[in-house]
Structure formats: C-alpha cells, structure tokens
Design a protein around this ligand. Structure first.
Ligand code: GLU
Ligand code: MG
Length: 435
C-alpha cells in the first residue's frame, strides 16, 4: 500500500487523528515510547466524538451520548514525520473488544474499497487541495507568476516538508482568489489518498504558521470571492484494464465507465450533506464558481459536477473523472466512500452513460437542460438533509449509527446558523478545518 517509507526515526511525539462528521480532524498525542499501545490498544475516545459539531457543540442522539467508550488506534504503517519531532498517523475508531467501530469513517471507506474489489474493480484517487493564506500579502493574479514567487519561501518550505513526510505533491499554483493556492496530490489507493489529504492539510497549516500566516480550508474563506474546493480525481480499472479509456463509448469510455459516470451522477444529489455539508457550502456551490454545481458530465467541462479527463498525451495518469462539488468541509473518507459506492451501484445496475453536456450548462435554455436531464445540485439545508436521510445508498454505505450521527450534526449546524449573514459565517468558520 505505502510505496515510500520515509525516515520516521528521530521524532519523539506521536499524534493520531480521525476525521469527524463535520470534516474536522480530532486527535490524541502520545510520547513515542507509547507507540505500541497507541497502535494496538488505543486511546480512549467517547462515542460523542461522532456527534461533535463544527462549533464543538455535541449533537447527542438517543444512542450517541455520554456513555460508552471507543479506542482510537493509529495505523502505524502510515506514520509520517511532519516536522519538529512530531510523527503523525491516521487513526481508526475501534470498539473496546477490538472490532472496528461502525462510527469509524476510515473503516467505511475500507469497506467500500473491499466491496468494489469484490466485483473486480480497483479505484485510484488523487485529491486537489485548495486553501487560502490569511495574513499573506503581496501581488496577486490568478495563476500569477508574481503571486507564486511572492510566496516562494512558503512554497519551498511546504515542498520540503512534503518530501520529508513522503507526500507526493505534483504541482502548485496561485488560484483565482486573493492568496488562494491549489496543489495536486499524487494518486494513490483510496484510503491512502484520503490519509494523504489529511497529511497535506497538516503540512500546509504548519508551514503557514511558521511564516506568520494561517491557512483557511473553508469552502468560503471570504464572501464574494473564489471558494475552496476539494475536487476528487478518480480512475477505475477492472482486471487491470481501465474503464474510462479503450472503449467504444464517448471519448473512449467503456460501457462500464459510462455506468460509473451514471452511478455517480445518480447519487450526487443524495450526498449533498456529506460532500458539501457545511452551512457555508451553498455559497460556493453555484453556477460560475467552477465548483460543479450542475449535476451532469462533460469532457473537460469545468462547470459540470463530473469532468471527464480523457486519456491523452497530456494526461499521463490516464483517463479519470474529476468530481468537483466536494468541498474541504467534507470528511474525505466519507466523500470517497460515497463516490466509490455510487460508482459501484452504477456498475451493478449497468446504467447507460448519460447524455454528455459539452457546454456551460448555464448557457442552455431551461428546455435544453430539461431535455438533457441537467439540474443544479441541492443546496437548501432541508433538501440536503432529506436527501441523505432517505437515501438507500447512504444507509447501505454508512450504516445506521454513522448516518444518525451525520444527520444530527448537520441538522444542528443548519438550524443554528442558517439564518446568519454569510460574512459572519465566513469569519466564524474561516479556520474550522485548519490543522
Ligand atoms: N475554486 C473552485 C472551487 O471552489 C475550483 C477552481 C478549479 O477549477 O480548480 O471548486
Ligand atoms: Mg482550483
């Protein structure tokens, strides 16, 4: 699974973290000599960790409250040096008898990957990371040379930290918003790539702080500007053969590749509360934001929820889909579980490839969009909650306990904050996802 084993020798502190239903990482730290304990026995964590809200309120439910205990156990094969004597590893939640807890979001993704393997399909995922440096200054132009060189010390230190942690960063650029950056992580197996995304955010947060700045991973770091997305690039093979190239379908897709696209599009409206589930998310998920607000697909279409990146000489990783709506408030393990589970359902149902939308859907008439079956993804709080609560796929993938936790947390967040002015919310939660 782990291709590289970077040096983890000299660190004296260990931090293990999980990602909760709000996309926030929660952690325990240990001295290095406690590593075996941390990996095999685990640290105590109340089941209430599953109902922590974005503001640390606890959205207790009848079954998730003040009693019970979970164990937070790190995956020692994934230990990484993150600097200054700290080693980090992703953790899982276990019951006291040592079985994986149904509340473990990393475990959910592992199960979905296994189920996909059960029908002979492997997925690889590469995450895109967008963030905004708060406290950064200097010239800024989208994709600007001056912008990226103006933050060269930050960029250089981040790349050094990534090399030291064995994290593959493929490129970095200045994005459309002021002091907004994007970087691309190397593709990996789905669980490893979600771990890498958490690691990337740790390194970005630490490097920003070392330079007197703070990194915001909020979907809406400031109102009226460019949002932060967390696009998921995913490719599929069956028996070693790619599903999205080498076939007779549109742009070389196989029939199975078309079913994957159809399965993802069919399920996206169900998972709005998971992929774009913060009280800020609807401010980003809008036409014209390049956030994939339209539920459709198209070759290199950056306004479509699913952008096909076909196999070309310019795409050495091979054909893949970019699932654009996902934002950084999403738990990456659950987001990827939803995408892969949706793809599998599309394959099992042998869905035909939907009509392609080769233009900006905003430029079509209502009648043209209706003919193509294209609509906007749901962004209303009630729409997102109802869709998740009534989704059979979500129930199958997440199980009743985790679904109960997700709905409790999101209901609280929407009820508590939906009426507040966007600028107040952007400020309130600017650093909620910063590690
Ligand atoms: N920042 C945009 C978003 O919120 C994405 C821009 C891009 O295509 O990379 O998703
Ligand atoms: Mg971008």
């Amino acid at each position: 699974m782990t291709e590289e084993r970077p040096d983890t020798g000299t660190a004296d502190r260990i931090v293990g973290s999980i990602v909760d239903s709000t996309g926030i990482s929660r952690a325990k730290a240990f001295p290095a000599h406690m590593l075996p304990w941390f990996a095999e026995v685990g640290a105590g964590a109340s089941p209430s960790w599953a109902v922590f809200c974005v503001d640390d309120h606890l959205a207790f439910t009848p079954s998730l409250s003040v009693t019970g205990d979970l164990r937070l156990r790190i995956d020692r094969d994934r230990l990484r040096c993150v600097g200054d004597g700290i080693r980090w590893a992703p953790a899982g939640l276990y019951d006291q008898d040592g079985t994986r807890s149904s509340l473990c979001t990393r475990g959910v993704l592992e199960r979905v990957v296994d189920a996909l393997a059960g029908i002979g399909v492997q997925a690889r995922i590469g995450h895109e990371v967008e963030f905004t440096l708060v406290g950064g200054h200097g010239e800024w132009a989208a994709y600007g040379l001056g912008a990226v060189l103006g933050q060269d010390e930050f960029v250089a230190d981040l790349l050094r930290a990534a090399a030291g942690a064995g994290l593959g960063i493929e490129q970095i650029h200045a994005e459309a918003g002021a002091q907004q950056f994007e970087l691309s992580l190397s593709p990996a197996d789905p669980v490893g790539s979600a771990d890498d995304l958490v690691l990337a955010r740790i390194l970005i947060g630490r490097t920003a702080r070392a330079h007197g700045m703070r990194a915001s991973f909020s979907p809406v770091p400031v109102t009226g500007g460019s949002g932060n997305g967390a696009h998921v690039h995913v490719s599929f093979t069956r028996d070693g053969r790619p599903l999205l190239s080498g076939g007779d379908g549109p742009h070389g897709m196989t029939d199975a590749g078309g079913s994957v696209v159809a399965g993802i599009l069919r399920a996206l409206p169900d998972f709005g509360a998971v992929l774009t589930g913060s009280v800020l998310s609807h401010l980003r998920l809008r036409p014209g934001m390049w956030a994939g607000a339209w539920c459709c697909w198209g070759l290199e279409n950056r306004e479509a929820a699913v952008r096909l990146c076909a196999l070309t000489r310019g795409n050495p990783h091979g054909a893949h889909l970019e699932v654009k709506p996902v934002d950084p408030s999403a738990n990456p393990y659950l987001a990827c579980a939803a995408i892969l589970g949706a793809a599998q359902a599309g394959l099992v149902d042998a869905l035909p490839v939907p009509a392609e939308v080769p233009v900006d859907p905003a430029r079509l008439t209502d009648a043209e969009r209706a003919a193509l079956g294209v609509g906007l993804l749901p962004t209303g709080p009630d729409d997102r909650l109802t869709a998740l609560a009534s989704s059979r796929l979500a129930g199958d993938l997440f199980g009743p306990s985790l679904l109960e936790a997700l709905l409790a947390v999101k209901s609280y967040e929407f009820d508590e904050y939906r009426a507040r002015p966007p600028a107040e919310l952007a400020e309130r939660f600017r650093f909620a996802w910063t590690t």
